[in-house]
Design a protein around this ligand. Structure first.
Ligand code: NAD
Length: 424
C-alpha cells in the first residue's frame, strides 16, 4: 500500500501512513501478537483544540492545535511542540508514534507524544506568539504535566516558548513546576547541553558509523538540509571535527561550495538575512538540490518526506544521518538499502535530544543539577549503547538500521505492555 501511494503522490506520503508502514513491517518481522499489534498501532489519546488569540490590532484570530499521546506504557509521554502552517493531526500522530519508539531505542523511561499548532510564527509578533503559546498551553493542560506528558521544542519552537509554557502551567497551580517541559532556559531549570544535544547525538552517530567503515572524517564532504537548531549545530560540530560542509539549506533555498562553507559565518548570515541564501562566494542550489550534491554524508534536518522514491536514486551520499523525524519514505529506504547507502534512522540518530530532555526532567524533579561534563558523559554512554544494540540487531537480522531500531523499540514497548496487562 505504501509503495502504491508513493507512486500516486510523486513520492510523498502522509506521515501517519509512513509511520504505520514502518510499524507493520517491523511488527511482521517480529511476528508480534495480534493483540499487542492492535494496541501499539494506534495513539492512546488525540486532543484537538480550537482557541482564540487576541492580535496586536485588537482583532481575534482562531487557531487549531493538537496534542497526541501515542503510548505511555514505559513512562510519562514525552515529545516536542511544532508551530507550522503544515501541521496536521496525522503528522502529529506519526511524530508521537516515532517518539515512543525513539525513547525505547535509547531505553529511557518515557512514552511518545507530540503537539503542534497550525500557524506561521514568522507572521506573529513576539506578544502574539506569547499569547498563542499561553492559550495553547492552557488548552492542552488537560494532558500535560510533570508526571503525565512533558513537551519540548521542535520545529519553530524554542527555549523562550518552553519558558512561557512552564510559567503558564505553574501560574495555574500557584507554584513553580519546572519539570513540566524540557528545553527550557538554564535560568529556570533547563539543562546544560540541551541546545546542542540533538546535533551532538547526530555527530556521534556519524563518528561511530565512520569508525565502523574505517573512514577518516577529516575533509569528508557533508551536506545538511535545514539550517535550524538540529542542522546548524550538526554542521558546526562536524566542521570542528574536520569535515567539509559543502552544502546547507533552509526553506528559501540552498548554498553550495565544494571547498567547504564555514557554518559559523553562515549562521551569522542567516541571523542577519533570515536565510542562508545569498551567502558570499557560494553557489545557489535549490531546496531539493541540496539532497543531491556530491558528498559522503547527508544530514536531513528539516521535515518529513524529503527523501522519496522520486529522488532516492539520485542521492550521492553513502551515509545518511537523520536529524529530522521521518525524512525518508519506506520506498526510498528500499532504494537506498539496495544501493548500499547506510541510513542511521531518526529514532536513533536524533534521539540525543530526548535523552538530554530526560536528564533535564530528572534534574528538575530532584532539584539537583549536573555539570556539562556529567551530561556529556551520560549522553555518550546512552547513545553509544543504543548504536551498538541497534547494530547488533541489524547484524543478526541482516536488515537495515531502521528495521533493526524499530524491532528493538517495538519489542521493548510490547514487553512493557504485556507485563502490565490490559486494564481492567
Ligand atoms: P528548527 O525550526 O530550528 O529548524 C528547521 C530548519 O529547517 C529551518 O532552518 C527551516 O528553514 C528548515 N526547513 C524547513 N523545511 C525545509 C525544507 N523543505 N528544505 C530545507 N530546509 C527546510 O527545527 P529543529 O528543531 O532543528 O528541527 C528540525 C528537525 O529535527 C525536525 O524534523 C525535528 O522534528 C527534528 N528534531 C529536532 C530535535 C530538537 O531537539 N530540536 C530533536 C529531535 C528531532
Amino acid at each position: 500500500m505504501a509503495v502504491h501511494n508513493e507512486v500516486q503522490t510523486g513520492g510523498r506520503l502522509n506521515p501517519w501512513e509512513m509511520a504505520q508502514a514502518q510499524f507493520t513491517a517491523a511488527a511482521d518481522r517480529l511476528k508480534l501478537r495480534d493483540d499487542l499489534r492492535a494496541i501499539l498501532s494506534e495513539p492512546k489519546r488525540e486532543l484537538i483544540v480550537h482557541f482564540p488569540v487576541r492580535m496586536d490590532d485588537g482583532s481575534l484570530r482562531m487557531f487549531t492545535g493538537f496534542r497526541v499521546q501515542h503510548n505511555i506504557n514505559r513512562g510519562p509521554a514525552k515529545g516536542g511542540i511544532r508551530y507550522d502552517v503544515n501541521v496536521t493531526l496525522d503528522e502529529v500522530k506519526a511524530l508521537a508514534m516515532w517518539m515512543t519508539w525513539k525513547c525505547a531505542v535509547v531505553n529511557i523511561p518515557f512514552g511518545g507524544a507530540k503537539g503542534g499548532v497550525i500557524c506561521n510564527p514568522k507572521d506573529l509578533s513576539a506578544a502574539e506568539l506569547e499569547r498563542l503559546t499561553r492559550r495553547y498551553a492552557t488548552e492542552i493542560s488537560l494532558l500535560i504535566g510533570p508526571h503525565s506528558d512533558i513537551p519540548a521544542p521542535d520545529v519553530n519552537t524554542n527555549p523562550q516558548i518552553m519558558a512561557w509554557i512552564m510559567d503558564t502551567y505553574s501560574m495555574h497551580l500557584g507554584y513553580t513546576v519546572p519539570a513540566v517541559v524540557t528545553g527550557k532556559p538554564l535560568a529556570i531549570g533547563g539543562s546544560e547541553g540541551r541546545m546542542d544535544a540533538t546535533a551532538t547525538g547526530v555527530a556521534a552517530m556519524v563518528e561511530l558509523a565512520a569508525a565502523e567503515a574505517t573512514l577518516d572524517l577529516n575533509g569528508e564532504r557533508v551536506a545538511v538540509q535545514g539550517f535550524g537548531n538540529a542542522g546548524s549545530i550538526a554542521a558546526k560540530l562536524l566542521h570542528k571535527r574536520g569535515c567539509r560542509i559543502v552544502a546547507v539549506s533552509d526553506t528559501q533555498g540552498g548554498i553550495y561550495d565544494e571547498r567547504g562553507l564555514d557554518p559559523d559565518k553562515v549562521s551569522r548570515h542567516k541571523q542577519e538575512h533570515s536565510t542562508v541564501v545569498g551567502y558570499a562566494n557560494a553557489q545557489p542550489v535549490s531546496v531539493a538540490g541540496v539532497l543531491e550534491v556530491p558528498c559522503y554524508i547527508l544530514i536531513p534536518a528539516a521535515t518529513e518526506n524529503q527523501i522519496t522514491s522520486e529522488n532516492a536514486a539520485r542521492i550521492q551520499a553513502q551515509l545518511i544521518a537523520e536529524a529530522a523525524n521521518g525524512p525518508t519514505t519506506p520506498a526510498a529506504d528500499r532504494i537506498l538499502f539496495e544501493r548500499g547507502v547506510r541510513v542511521i534512522p531518526d529514532i536513533l540518530a536524533n534521539a540525543a535530544g530526548v535523552t538530554v530532555s530526560y536528564f533535564e526532567w530528572v534534574q528538575d524533579l530532584q532539584s539537583f543539577f549536573w555539570t556539562s561534563e556529567e551530561i556529556a558523559d551520560k549522553l555518550s554512554h546512552v547513545m553509544t549503547r543504543a548504536y551498538r544494540e541497534v547494530h547488533a540487531v541489524a547484524e543478526s537480522e541482516r536488515c537495515d538500521l531502521r528495521m533493526a531500531a524499530s524491532m528493538l523499540a517495538i519489542q521493548r514497548v510490547a514487553e512493557a505492555t504485556q507485563q502490565r496487562g490490559v486494564y481492567p
